[in-house]
Design a protein around this ligand. Structure first.
Ligand code: 1GP
Length: 249
């Protein structure tokens, strides 16, 4: 596998990981790099770059280049579409929005993006992306039939199908800014049936939220809003402290 895939798997042997999501439209260039640097110092394992509006290759490129000079960990694109791609990042989540009604987001945009990804020498990390209610903005723009928060069987079925299709990660997404994270019983059920790493994001805004999803079995936590709204404050530090605690150092 590729360098970033190997890095994530090596780090997962030591316990759960944290990824810091930065929206370069809201935090451009050096501002993104400053957040990244502070997050990595606290123990975050990689930077995710993405946003749902205002994303251009120039905005992504400027942020990825600035981040690269400041942090030793990989920068992974969390794409909205082919316009999110920049060769200045290390890898891209090559993600299929499993429960979208829009085939562009399931596979057709991927057919357009794949040759670009190869030409840019970006490492694709294939990922099944499943939106759980409330889904927030990604639920709307993604034309998603969001999985009900009590519907453990659907979540398990989608996640297992992603694994059987050969995807390398599954991401349970409650939506950026969701009032609460993906419910613990759902994380538990999905984790039980998967052998690939489980990523959980959306609505993790405190140490208590992080503790809940970690105890339920999330292997990779993603947070975005907490740093967009509070910077590197006590909530972000608390979230990282929970991840670091489970890594035993
Ligand atoms: C969004 O899962 C991520 O795609 C992060 O969500 O912004 O709520 O942290 P938050």
């Amino acid at each position: 596998m590729g360098r970033v895939f190997d890095y994530l798997h090596r780090e997962l042997e030591g316990g759960p990981l944290h990824l810091t999501l930065i929206d370069p439209d809201k935090s451009p260039g050096e501002k993104a790099a400053a957040i990244a640097e502070a997050a990595v110092k606290l123990g975050s394992h990689a930077i995710l770059l993405g946003g749902s509006t205002g994303i251009t290759p120039e905005v992504m490129g400027a942020a990825a280049s600035a981040i690269r000079t400041r942090v030793p960990v990989p920068t992974i694109i969390f794409p909205e579409g082919p316009r999110s791609l920049t060769p200045a990042a290390d890898a891209v989540f090559f993600m299929s929005l499993l429960n979208s009604r829009n085939l562009d987001l399931v596979i057709r945009a991927h057919a357009r993006a794949a040759p670009m990804i190869r030409a840019m020498k970006l490492e694709p990390l294939s990922l099944g992306y499943l939106v759980i209610a409330p889904g927030m903005r990604v639920g709307e723009v993604g034309a998603v039939d969001a999985v009900d928060r009590e519907d453990l069987a659907s979540a398990e079925g989608f996640a297992l199908a992603a694994e059987m299709l050969g995807m390398r990660f599954v991401y349970l997404e409650a939506g950026s800014g969701a009032p609460s994270p993906v419910p613990d019983p759902m994380i538990r059920a999905v984790r039980r049936s998967l052998s690939i790493p489980l990523i959980v994001g959306g609505g993790i805004r405190s140490a208590a939220d992080a503790r809940g999803v970690l105890d339920a079995g999330a292997q990779i936590l993603v947070t975005g809003t907490v740093t967009e709204t509070e910077g590197i404050g006590s909530n972000f530090r608390g979230i990282l402290a929970e991840v670091v605690r489970d890594r035993g150092h």
